[in-house]
Design a protein around this ligand. Structure first.
Ligand SMILES: [Zn+2]
Length: 117
């Protein structure tokens, strides 16, 4: 009879002791500690708005990354700083990362007026 080795306890067991495609045996999978840990993790997928915000966030980060190198070139750096802050704002707002929201607002206040100087 063919047996399968559990990746958790290392014992060789019959394939009937495993769920389809799983490497961990049923006994290990349903241990109390395992179940408790699993109950703490919330399974969730990103909503469409969160996806868009994520992509904008990457674009904004790129602008912010570019800015220090462009800041001496006719104020372009200030414009890219502000664009970057505006583009990353939705992502950090939706993720409720308020410290980074404050950081972005600070960027806008600090560099915004310099565009027009
Ligand atoms: Zn096992």
């Amino acid at each position: 009879m063919e047996t399968k080795q559990c990746n958790k306890c290392g014992k060789s067991k019959l394939p009937t002791k495993f769920r389809d495609g799983k490497l961990t045996c049923l006994k290990c999978e349903y241990r109390f500690s395992q179940r408790w840990l699993r109950s703490l993790v919330k399974e969730r997928r990103l909503s469409p708005i969160e996806r868009i915000a994520n992509r904008l966030g990457y674009m904004g980060s790129t602008f912010i990354m570019l800015s220090p190198y462009l800041i001496d070139q006719n104020n372009i750096g200030y414009v890219t700083y502000c664009l970057g802050a505006l583009l990353t704002l939705p992502q950090v707002w939706l993720a409720k990362q308020w410290n980074i929201v404050l950081l972005n607002i600070n960027l806008l206040i600090g560099y915004g007026p310099k565009i027009f100087m």
